[in-house]
Design a protein around this ligand. Structure first.
Ligand SMILES: [Zn+2]
Length: 197
C-alpha cells in the first residue's frame, strides 16, 4: 500500500485542476464567472494540494531517527488525542477525528511528535478509516520493531453527517493491535485503559 510516486501527481498542471473545479461549479448550477467564485478554483486547487500532501512523503521517514538509549524504560509509550483531518476516498468529504497511538519499545524509541507526523502523513491522502489505522500501525511496526503497537482512531465522516443518512455526531472507531497488544489480554486492556477507552 505504498503511496504512488509524487511525480504522478505534480505533472498535472494546476490549471487543469482549476478547470475541473469550474466544471463542478457549473454542474451545481452556479456561475464560475461571478465575482464571488472567480478565485474559487485556484483556492480549491491549493487547498486540495494541502489536504493531500501526504502523497508527496513517505511517513516512515519520520521514524528513521531512533534512540537506542532509553534508560531502562520498558513501559508503554503513548500519544493520545492527536487531532487529524483526512478525506474519504468515496466522496472526497472530510474525515475529522483523533488518533491514539501506543507502542511498547523493544530497543528503540522515537521522538514522541513523530508518531503524530506518521498519522498526518497517511491522513493527508484519500483514505478509508480502516486503512488509515492499519497503515499507521504497520509503519510503526516496520520501522521500530516494537514488542507491540496499538492504534485507535475515532472520527466523524462528513459524507455521513452532511449527506446520505444524515447522522451528525456519529463517531466511527477503528483499531489495530499488534504484538502483545493483540496476543495478551492484560497488555491489551492496559493500553486501552491508558487511551481512556
Ligand atoms: Zn465517504
Amino acid at each position: 500500500m505504498d503511496a504512488p510516486a509524487p511525480a504522478d501527481f505534480v505533472t498535472i498542471p494546476q490549471a487543469e485542476a482549476e478547470e475541473a473545479v469550474r466544471t463542478l461549479i457549473r454542474w451545481t448550477g452556479d456561475d464560475p464567472t461571478r465575482e464571488g467564485l472567480l478565485d474559487t478554483p485556484k483556492r480549491v486547487a491549493k487547498a486540495w494540494r494541502e489536504y493531500t500532501k501526504g502523497y508527496a512523503e513517505d511517513p516512515g521517514q519520520h521514524l528513521s531517527r531512533t534512540f537506542a538509549e532509553v534508560g531502562g524504560y520498558d513501559e508503554i509509550v503513548i500519544l493520545r488525542d492527536i487531532p487529524f483531518q483526512s478525506h474519504c476516498e468515496h466522496h472526497m468529504a472530510p474525515i475529522i477525528g483523533k488518533g491514539h497511538i501506543a507502542y511498547l519499545p523493544r530497543s528503540r524509541v522515537v521522538g514522541i511528535s513523530k508518531l503524530a507526523r506518521v498519522l498526518h502523513g497517511y491522513a493527508r491522502r484519500l483514505q478509508v478509516q480502516e486503512r488509515l489505522t492499519a497503515e499507521v500501525a504497520d509503519c510503526i511496526q516496520t520501522h521500530l520493531d516494537p514488542v507491540g503497537v496499538a492504534v485507535v482512531i475515532e472520527a466523524t465522516h462528513a459524507c455521513m453527517s452532511a449527506r446520505g443518512v444524515m447522522t451528525p455526531g456519529v463517531v466511527m472507531t477503528t483499531s489495530r493491535m499488534m504484538g502483545v497488544f493483540r496476543d495478551e489480554p492484560s497488555s491489551r486492556s492496559e493500553v486501552l485503559r491508558l487511551m481512556g477507552k
